[in-house]
Design a protein around this ligand. Sequence first.
Ligand code: APR
Length: 228
Amino acid sequence: MKRLVVLSGSGVSAESGLQTFRDNNGLWGEYRVEDVASTEGWRRNPELMINFYNGMRRKLKDTLPNEAHKIIASLEKDFDVTVITQNIDDLHERAGSSRVIHLHGELTKARSVFNEERTYDIGYGDIKMGEKAPDGGQLRPFVVWFGESVPKLSEAAAEVENADIFLIIGTSLVVYPAAGLVTLTRGNCKIFLVDPADINISLPNLTHIKDKATSGMKKFTEAVENLK
Ligand code: APR
């Protein structure tokens, strides 16, 4: 089977009702990144950050995967699919995708402040200040904050380097190192972009399906029909 690698961002979850970050009503228009998604912010006010992610986790509980997530999962029938996502939601998994690499962590998991690898499934429950992991460290969201490294980057890079088809969906490609993955495709890799906006990306043999994720994914499926 041909290898299809997907790089998704918050735009793929927009039609499920989750906010993107940099669009007009995006999350970074309501909160300062430094306060809620950085190591600086954690040092300054960990409780504010814990509550920020508790709110996201509660909202995720009542959020459903949309048609785009479902189509991406259904492509596993005809392709060897790996989803690389910048999203911390679990909507790809809940739609049925079986191989998902989360570059920026997972909202439904927690970790100790002492250990970035050991994770604890917390589902959609809250983390509380003073709640400790078995190693005695304060529990915190298993999320990669600005100022932290992206542990799964090399695993993701290896997938992109071997892709026959590379689909970029719902990301402004402004955050590195995730955005740098798009430069790793082989010469004969077919690249597709699904996004209603013009994205600052110049790649050879790029097909831009200028549409939102749900309708764009239907067009993508038609476009790759003869690439199976
Ligand atoms: N369908 C498809 N794409 C959409 C839709 C939609 N319905 N709505 C918006 N988009 C597109 C926007 O045009 C934009 O290109 O989704 C993209 C969202 O971009 P950002 O808000 O920058 O989100 P993202 O690229 O995922 O951000 C990357 O930044 O703050 C960090 O860790 C955070 O993982 C996040 C990273």
